[in-house]
Design a binder for this molecule. Structure first.
Ligand code: ADP
Ligand code: ZN
Length: 514
């Protein structure tokens, strides 16, 4: 008698129970249907095609873009007693031939292959390895609407028609509605059922810190890491240089840290991963290159030193924390400077309209004054009924006050200096600084000089950010970031309109709480 799905789960993977969704998906595939699986990273997508592969006759062809991970995946399967193999261009011809012959003899249940390899040798591979099903991993790569488009995926569109009778399953951890539709269309899936697992990770706390000056940011991060003694964490930075700089600062503060980015050799990167996984390094400062395929369950926190370029990346990166289900913290630093740079990149990219839209959603999240988890899950088409209670907005609900006078002070300083100064200078004037640029320009003689000394520089920064969001101010990126007053701003300056501002939540919300 053939084994049931549950028996296979126990025998080969050692688990007693399926996770929510897995069994349904497996049954659906076994019955010969096409399937789209949307499950967060670490959710257990692989089991969804590996179990059917062991139940169906022939070879399950797994298409995966990450050649570097194939070997690990196959080794793990072999370790569990599953007949698996991979094909890639680094192998010698005889080795490839041997693998295909094993397939032909019906000895291989799962064959991993990259899309380009499969397409370039489609006839030979599929004649030798009679496909029982196709599993397309990281399926969002086929869509230009996704965030990781790979042209080599496009050709997979020809498979469905050619192999009419066997099930196809497309799997991804990140696909918004448009991308999902596009995956189905591009792969020509037949009457597919889409399974979406919950993306909610209630054990991850969500916090956004807005408008923190760079120097202060570094101090806060050092303080944060010190408070999380011996707890592994990742700091995502926007550039290679930033990764290295933050690492140096942490090391100087006596913290065990290292960096990881695409500019390093493969062996150096492997070493960093190894040390992190084995808890020899506490902190990795990394670009987005870090994390793909790293299975480390006890990452306790993730900090975004810079703003990610879309919600998909953000979700994936924070998702590397707390895989063990225990509480983990995430902090996102949000600044106008980052937003400006990312806007520039996005508008210069080939898909500028879409990338700008995705960035706008990221900005919306960072500037939210409702439960952040609601927004995050909503992005992935999931509705959260209750406020989560585990994000900074839930913990410090936003309240408004009449900020007219405060706004007028700032606007008056901007007006009196000719709308040509940047936020830093305006804040120094408001706070009554007598540094030489100020006295030389005669700004210390202004009526508003020192008029805002009761508010800290960081808080002024945050109020100015609000004024930008509210459309009271504009920033002229092409004039050294000079602040300009809008029509609405003028209405407030001349007392014809009022300005409602949000009461600033404590800067280090989390630190204060514990
Ligand atoms: P994904 O591909 O969705 O990121 P994986 O398939 O790599 O996730 O699974 C993540 C982890 O969860 C793996 O360690 C896997 O063994 C484990 N896992 C998957 N299904 C189950 C299950 N039913 N019970 C327990 N652990 C599971
Ligand atoms: Zn919340």
């Amino acid at each position: 008698m053939p084994l049931t799905a549950r028996e296979i789960l126990k025998k080969y993977f050692g688990y007693d129970n399926f996770r929510p969704g897995q069994e349904e998906i497996i049954q659906h595939i076994i019955a010969g249907n096409d399937t789209l699986v949307l499950m967060p990273t670490g959710g257990g997508k692989s089991i969804c095609y590996q179990v059917p592969a062991l139940m169906l006759d022939g070879t399950c062809i797994v298409i995966s873009p990450l050649i570097s991970l194939m070997k690990d995946q196959v080794d793990t399967l072999k370790g569990n007693g599953i007949a698996a193999a991979y094909l890639n261009s680094s192998q010698e011809y005889p080795e490839q031939q041997e693998i295909l012959e094993s397939c032909y003899k019906g000895k291989i249940a799962l064959l991993y292959v990259s899309p380009e390899k499969l397409i370039s040798e489609l006839s030979m591979i599929t004649q030798m390895a009679r496909p029982s099903m196709f599993a397309i991993d990281e399926a969002h790569c086929i869509s230009e609407w996704g965030h990781d488009f790979r042209p080599e995926y496009i050709q997979l569109g020809l498979l469905r028609e050619r192999f009419g009778h066997i099930p196809f399953v497309a799997l991804t951890a990140t696909a918004d509605k448009v991308t999902r539709k596009d995956i189905i269309r591009q792969l020509s899936l037949k009457k597919p059922t889409t399974f979406i697992s919950s993306f909610n990770r209630p054990n991850l706390s969500l916090e956004v810190r807005t408008g923190t000056p760079p120097g202060q940011k570094l101090l806060e991060v050092i303080q944060f890491v010190r408070k999380h003694k011996n707890q592994s964490g990742i700091i995502y930075c926007s550039s290679r240089n930033k990764c290295e700089d933050v690492t140096t600062a942490l090391k100087n503060a006596g913290i065990s840290a290292t960096f990881y980015h695409a500019g390093m050799s493969a062996s150096a990167r492997a070493r960093v991963q190894e040390d992190f996984i084995n808890d020899n390094t506490q902190v990795v400062c990394a670009t987005i290159a870090f994390g793909m395929g790293i299975d480390k369950s006890n990452v306790r926190w993730v900090i975004h030193f810079n703003l990610p370029k879309n919600m998909e990346s953000y979700y994936q990166e924070i998702g590397r924390a707390g895989r063990d289900g225990l509480p983990a913290e995430t902090v996102l630093y949000y600044s106008y400077a980052d937003l400006t740079i990312l806007s520039k990149f996005a508008s210069e990219s080939t898909q500028s309209e879409m990338n700008l839209e995705k960035l706008a959603r990221m900005q919306h999240y960072a500037e939210a004054d409702i439960c952040r988890r609601k927004i995050l899950l909503n992005y992935f088409s999931e509705n959260l009924q209750e406020n989560c209670g585990n994000c900074d907005v839930c913990q410090y609900p936003r309240q408004h006050f009449d900020g007219t006078v405060l706004v007028q002070k700032a606007l008056s300083a901007i007006a009196r200096t000719g709308e040509k100064e940047s936020a830093g200078m305006i804040i120094d004037i408001l706070r009554g600084s007598v540094r030489s640029e100020i006295t030389e320009a005669g700004y210390d003689k202004l009526k508003t000089h020192g008029a805002g000394s009761g508010i800290s520089g960081v808080d002024w920064q945050r109020y100015l950010m609000q004024m930008l969001h509210l459309g009271i101010l504009e920033m002229a990126y092409d004039e050294n970031f000079a602040l300009k007053i809008t029509h609405y701003g003028r209405e407030i300056l001349f007392g014809r309109q009022k300005a409602a501002l949000t009461i600033l939540p404590p800067l280090k919300a989390r630190e204060k709480k514990t």
